[in-house]
Ligand binder design. Structure first.
Ligand code: C2E
Ligand code: MG
Ligand code: MG
Ligand code: MG
Length: 288
């Protein structure tokens, strides 16, 4: 039964290695592997004109197809990527894919607007913006066809953000402030930025039906957007009641399950083809 010391050490080592490889990877580790295995792809959620119901654009939303395990919401893996520094690689992938898909969308609808989400780090460093502008220039996309969405949360350094936003603007990229009303930035900070679009957070839209306290704030958000000459996109519109309320108060655009869930590119292209046939005889100019 007595084993030589070397053999015991060897067995222990084998056991340790087996344990380590069986242990689940950390979330950042899984993200890194997922990127390498091309498990991340974009879905697109239609953005519609509230008056006509016409789809005038879409928001690109990242999806993670994990071979084992349940689908994971970007609300979970994006913050993890932000904390671990993986977000730069994620955003590079998002920009790549969005720019790859944009020509097909513009071919069907020349005034299409595609929104992509930026994290704070994408705004702080030059890399993502440079990649975006270089790609746009190469494809000669019309100005305004890309919209970069930033959250109030991401505007930590207002001066630096203002500079980057101006740079996007100079090159014809529109800028939207996402999840408006949920952050902590003061209105004076926002007023100092060259913004084009204000996205009204879903919580305020939900409050319309619930007649909750947040619904009393909504008219003020709308007034502020009007005072700053910002276009409005209401997020998470699920009912006709909500759509009616928003339309009556002059909110121009909306996205939500009432109009369409995030979908693969092919489905969005089908939607645009169908819509193109329906609108062929009318012809009207788009709000954004
Ligand atoms: P977001 O940018 O505010 O995107 C809107 C979210 O609301 C999406 O969730 C969308 O699927 C969801 N949504 C839209 N309409 C409805 C509705 O009618 N009802 C309900 N219940 N939900 C609706 P999703 O796709 O899970 O994304 C969550 C968040 O993750 C996004 O919020 C955004 O902050 C972040 N995210 C997603 N993709 C990216 C990305 O490529 N880069 C970065 N940095 N963040 C991303
Ligand atoms: Mg967004
Ligand atoms: Mg949002
Ligand atoms: Mg959100």
């Amino acid at each position: 039964i007595l084993l030589p010391l070397g053999a015991v050490a060897g067995l222990l080592l084998v056991a340790a290695v087996a344990l380590a490889t069986h242990r689940r990877l950390s979330l950042p580790g899984e993200i890194r592997l997922g990127l390498k295995r091309r498990e991340f792809h974009l879905h697109y959620q239609p953005v519609v004109d509230l008056r006509t119901g016409r789809c005038i654009g879409a928001e690109a939303l990242l999806r993670w197809r994990r071979p084992e395990g349940l689908p994971m919401s970007p609300d979970l893996f994006i913050p993890a990527a932000e904390r671990s520094g993986m977000i730069r690689a994620i955003t590079a992938h998002v920009i790549d894919n969005a720019l790859r898909d944009l020509p097909a969308l513009l071919a069907l609808q020349p005034d299409f607007h595609l929104g992509i989400n930026f994290s704070a780090q994408d705004l702080e460093a030059d890399g993502s913006i440079t990649q975006l502008l270089r790609g746009l220039r190469a494809m000669k996309a019309p100005a305004g066809s890309l919209v970069v969405e930033i959250t109030e949360r991401n505007v930590t350094d207002a001066k630096a953000a203002a500079k980057q936003i101006a740079r996007l603007h100079d090159h014809g990229v529109q800028v939207a402030v996402d999840d408006f009303g949920t952050g902590h930035s003061s209105l004076s900070v926002l007023a100092g930025l060259e913004l084009d679009i204000l996205k009204i957070d879903k919580s305020f839209v939900d409050a319309i039906d619930a007649q909750a306290a947040a619904s009393m704030v909504l008219p003020h958000i709308i007034d502020m957007a009007k005072a700053l000459s910002l276009f409005m996109i209401a997020e998470g519109v699920e009912t006709e009641t909500q759509a009616d309320y928003l339309r009556e108060r002059g909110v121009q655009l909306a996205q939500g399950w009432l109009y369409g869930k995030p979908m693969p590119l092919e489905d969005l292209l089908d939607l645009l083809r169908t819509q193109g046939r329906a609108w062929a005889t009318r012809g009207r100019s788009m709000p954004v």
